[in-house]
Design a protein around this ligand. Structure first.
Ligand code: ADP
Ligand code: MG
Length: 206
């Protein structure tokens, strides 16, 4: 990844590529959520992503900050449920914290602020079998190296798989207690697919 952030045209491509990947795993996400939740994570994410596709031409891609804020607002208003508020808060706070500059390092700092806001909203942290088990360590990996995006994607897959052996302590899955162990967390899997799709889109069109 170069030292200046993604140009507007590429950002639009990355967004489109990523939302299409998430829409494509709707059934998989629903069945993961059926096992330990209420079965709607795929429908929720797909609704949010379809809304992003419908509104893509209204997004001002020349400002990275505005792009993230628009994504967050659309996700919050279209998804509902825990994941809409959590992903929405993440993207809005990334956008709000991109105002100081648009280099890769500015982006990493903004992501840190976005994840912090998510943790405050969910009163959650890592090792509770949630999307944070992918997002927090991926950010740490990005801080160390920003060049090998295939390696970032590989680690995101391992991180999401690591939620299988965890006991859920947040969200609906926590009602199951020990019975949540042995299942992949749906939110961790949607985060994996989001991270991997962004890496793939940047690698193929970098
Ligand atoms: P809902 O639980 O309202 O049905 P979804 O099914 O769309 O919402 O999303 C469930 C996912 O949200 C979980 O798999 C988990 O990763 C994530 N999640 C739930 N509660 C929290 C929380 N407090 N903090 C972080 N992530 C959470
Ligand atoms: Mg659910």
């Amino acid at each position: 990844m170069e030292n200046t952030l993604i140009p507007a045209k590429k950002l639009k491509h990355v967004l489109k590529f990523t939302v299409e990947k998430v829409i494509a795993i709707e059934d998989e996400l629903n069945s993961l959520d059926r096992a330990i939740g209420d079965g709607d994570h795929g429908a929720n994410m797909s609704r949010g992503c379809k809304s992003l596709l419908e509104n893509i031409d209204d997004i001002k891609f020349d400002s990275t900050a505005d792009v993230f804020i628009s994504i967050g607002n659309t996700l919050i208003s279209s998804i509902g449920g825990a994941s809409g508020a959590l992903y929405g808060t993440l993207f809005i706070n990334i956008g709000k914290n991109m105002n100081t500059g648009e280099t890769v390092n500015d982006f990493i700092i903004a992501c840190e602020k976005g994840i912090d806001a998510m943790m405050v909203l969910g009163s959650s942290h890592i090792n509770q079998k949630t999307m944070l088990d992918v997002l927090v360590p991926v950010l740490e990996i990005l801080k160390e190296q920003q060049t090998d995006l295939s390696e970032v994607a590989r680690k995101a897959r391992n991180l999401s798989n690591s939620t299988i052996n965890m006991k859920a302590e947040k969200g609906r899955a926590s009602y199951l207690g020990d019975r949540s162990i042995g299942h992949l967390d749906p939110g961790a899997y949607s985060s994996e697919v989001i991270v991997c799709s962004i890496c793939e889109a940047l690698n193929n069109h970098g």
